[in-house]
Design a binder for this molecule. Sequence first.
Ligand code: NAP
Length: 296
Amino acid sequence: MTSYDDFARTPGGAILMNGSLLRDEIVAGIRAEIDALGNPAVCLATVLVGSDEPSRIYVRAKHKKAAEAGLVSRNIELRETATQGEVEAAVQDLVDDVDVHGILVQLPLPGGLDPEPVIDLIPPEKDVDGLTERSMGRLVRGRPGHVGCTPRGVMALLRRYGVETSGRRAVVIGRSTLVGLPQVLLLGRKGCDTTVTLAHSRTTDLAGVCREADIIVAAAGMARLVTADFVKPGAAVVDVGVSRTESGIVGDVDFAAVQEIAGAITPMPGGTGPMTIASLLENTLDAARLLGAVPA
Ligand code: NAP
């Protein structure tokens, strides 16, 4: 086990919570587990509709890492003009296919398509994105099921880099069902035991609220929203946001300024993005276990 002193640090002295390194550790661990099980065909299926370039890049990255982890993967591609019925039929085929263990529908769908009935088709065992009502319900009830990939990845980063959570205060910025809400539930649940504040666009004095926190998870999608004056000295700062600006992809955290004050910080890129993929692969192996395709 790496000691706290062994972690790489930023120029300002914060521990760098390196998601690419941790993803590689997780991928290698899944590969070893699949090998030890005699190489069962654990299968992740993705559904990609239309030609949105970032979505295509995300899906390609997921398949590349799935292959490295020893998983089998399938990508169902539908054209931009696919009807609601065609998308639902493609997902239903994967639901019915006993050789498919995890299903991920890449969002957003092209305009005119309603994602809700599509997502609703996925049974909780195969819902490796943790997005359906039943998966969210299981998370709330503390029952076994899949947790959204990004919040799961954030929890793994905090654990791996020795960030104390019990009795600490956290602020999650953003209340989406994809990131913010499940993140609040994970941080606040028994065993993690953080006291959590959920902040959003109507929060007054966001900087003051964040300054109270030992852990900040920024998932607002607002470029460099979290500046140095948001951060208590020594706090852990996790950047989830992704904004495409003229100067490239930018996170929610002003990294250069915040790393001078924080005790630990994620880079962007190389923080939560790779961890989202790692968690998807972990969820897929869990799905095969839940479905009885590999031993629990
Ligand atoms: P979303 O559905 O648009 O939710 C954004 C949330 O942030 C909303 O709750 C919104 O508040 C809040 N917010 C917006 N501006 C704010 C401000 N100025 N101050 C405080 N709160 C503010 O987005 P999402 O799907 O959760 O994604 C959030 C970001 O994470 C996006 O940039 C997305 O691209 C990125 N993302 C990254 C990964 C990854 O792997 N790193 C994965 C998923 C998403 P209201 O509810 O009041 O509107």
